[in-house]
Design a protein around this ligand. Structure first.
Ligand code: TXA
Ligand code: MG
Length: 317
């Protein structure tokens, strides 16, 4: 495939040290966060960041999220207003990304922001991500660790299935706990705007902000986030959504009382469904499913993000 040997590292002191060293000298390393595996590079090193775009086959206009270990590190790069502070206090570390004004002296590669004067930042939860970010001591730009347009990776095996030979290493710490990408909120507008539903439920955000959030209605989320291309997260087969009874040639992905060949959650638990979503899509790919039917998923809590990902996976390509 590629021309690099990809090392599989384990999250002990040695593995984390090795991953930090590779990042420090301009390499690219996939690492686990609580949401999905990210493909990291030093955000100050344009050549390193370019390797991410190349490995993923990602359109260059699509900006990246920068991962940092502490609020102090975020505040060195971005301007925090009251809303940002409130959300950071309530939800970091955790599955929330904030879009904030970039400071003039932040020295972040323009490839990370795709030329915007804002920066998407997040403090991920999870001991391994935290240990790695502290060990590198540099802001780490990281999109999800999958080829552009394909299913996100929630295990190191998913990462290798898509990117083996194209990245320097993957830090293998088992499956991600949340399993779906972070919720993205733009704090540069008033009221703040939801750019992507994700691992932090909308209800939690609204409760924290006392209601106001643009784009949090029934309306489709405005594609202000340049990465919100319609077709995304796609398995190789085609998807039909909100199906109660599969046709003869379809493989059924069930939920709750709707049994399938596979299920997102037999007990109808949305947290479990989010955590298993990308694993199930990878499994459908692995069994060569050509036509996939998916049971209805309720549109509340994490169900909003699950439906968003399924709709993108089902979109015309
Ligand atoms: O959970 C996550 O968010 C994972 C883990 C690795 O942290 N990362 C992730 O990154 O999902 P990615 O690149 O797949 O999605 C980042 C999204 C894209 O839709 C991108 O357009 C948007 O964030 N984004 C990045 N910077 C932005 C900015 N300055 N303004 C608006 N949207 C931005
Ligand atoms: Mg992605």
């Amino acid at each position: 495939m590629g021309d690099t040997t990809t090392q599989r590292l384990f999250p002990d002191d040695e593995g984390i040290g090795r991953a930090a060293e590779i990042l420090g000298r301009g390499g690219i390393v996939a690492f686990p966060t609580e949401t999905v595996y990210g493909l990291g590079a030093n955000a100050r090193d344009g050549v390193a960041v370019a390797k991410i775009y190349q490995a993923k086959g990602r359109p260059a206009f699509n900006p990246l999220i920068v991962h940092l270990p502490t609020l102090a590190a975020v505040a060195r790069l971005c301007i925090m207003n009251d809303t940002a502070r409130q959300l950071a206090q309530a939800f970091w570390p955790g599955p929330l990304t904030l879009v904030l004004p970039l400071k003039a002296d932040a020295e972040i590669s323009r490839l990370v922001t795709a030329g915007l004067d804002t920066l998407a930042v997040r403090i991920p939860d999870g001991a391994v991500a935290q240990a790695l970010l502290r060990a590198v001591n540099a802001p780490i730009a990281a999109p999800s660790a999958n080829p552009s347009g394909r299913i996100s990776a929630t295990t190191a095996d998913h990462v290798l299935a898509g990117l083996e030979g194209r990245i320097d290493a993957v830090l293998d710490a088992g499956p991600c706990e949340v399993g779906i990408e972070s919720t993205i909120v733009d704090c540069t507008v008033t009221p703040p705007a939801l750019l992507r539903a994700g691992g932090l439920p909308l209800e939690a955000l609204s409760a924290c902000l006392g209601g106001d959030l643009i784009g949090a209605s029934e309306d489709p989320i405005a594609p202000k986030s340049p990465g919100q291309l319609t077709s995304h997260y796609a398995p190789r087969g085609t998807l039909r959504l909100n199906v109660k009874l599969a046709e003869a040639d379809e493989v059924m992905l069930g939920f709750a009382e709707i049994e399938g060949d596979l299920t997102l959650s037999a007990s109808g638990d949305l947290t479990e469904a989010a955590a298993s979503l990308f694993e199930r899509l990878h499994q459908l790919d692995a069994r060569g499913a050509k036509r996939i039917a998916v049971a209805p998923i309720p549109r509340h809590g994490l169900g909003l993000a699950i439906n968003d990902r399924l709709e993108r996976a089902a979109a015309d390509r």
